[in-house]
Design a protein around this ligand. Structure first.
Ligand SMILES: Cc1cc2nc3c(=O)[nH]c(=O)nc-3n(C[C@H](O)[C@H](O)[C@H](O)COP(=O)(O)O)c2cc1C
Length: 156
């Protein structure tokens, strides 16, 4: 099974979790990069409003991918505008399974997962599983068990 983990990370936490998960699953990693990072206020506002913002070119086709995992930080109880841009640009994705991993300080996981889930379901994709990691767990290196369970759910 070819699994692609696509992630956006501003301060490195999501990247740490996505990298560990990729090792666990033997998955490929793809990074969403902003063309330009706005200030904190702009970040929060754009996320809150579900807006999109430009990202660097990347392969947005799932033609030869069997399962997509979207790994994203929670911003304003939603997801960064760069993640929205990626999701909007996905092609050859209808009928494919996907899972969502959100990384956060402490609140808003459910609505962030819903934001990703709604966008991809509208594109004909099929939700499989989700997981939540906390900034403190990533800093302390204690998130391993969570991603092991997440990996199991994906491989089932
Ligand atoms: C603009 C902005 C908004 C955020 N909003 C939330 C939030 O609503 N809930 C939360 O728990 N954490 C929030 N955070 C914290 C991040 O989710 C957390 O620091 C996460 O670990 C960042 O991931 P990264 O290091 O991969 O960028 C926010 C961070 C930023 C920059």
């Amino acid at each position: 099974m070819r699994i692609r983990i696509v992630y956006y990370s501003w301060q490195g936490h999501t990247r740490t979790v996505a990298t560990a998960l990729a090792e666990l699953l033997g998955a490929e990693l793809q990074r969403i990069e902003a063309v330009s990072e706005s200030g904190m206020f702009g970040k929060a506002m754009r996320a809150m409003l579900g807006m999109r913002a430009a990202i660097r070119p990347l392969d947005a086709s799932l033609g030869d991918v069997d399962h997509l995992i979207v790994a994203t930080p929670v911003w304003a109880q939603k997801v960064p505008p760069y993640v929205n841009e990626y999701l909007a640009g996905l092609v050859n994705c209808s009928g494919k399974p996907f899972s969502v991993l959100v990384e956060m300080k402490g609140s808003g996981a459910e609505s962030a997962i819903r934001a990703v889930r709604d966008r991809l379901t509208k594109k004909g994709m099929r939700f499989v599983s989700s997981a939540v990691t906390l900034e403190d767990e990533v800093d302390a290196g204690t998130y391993g068990r969570k991603i092991e369970e997440f990996a199991k759910a994906i491989l089932q």
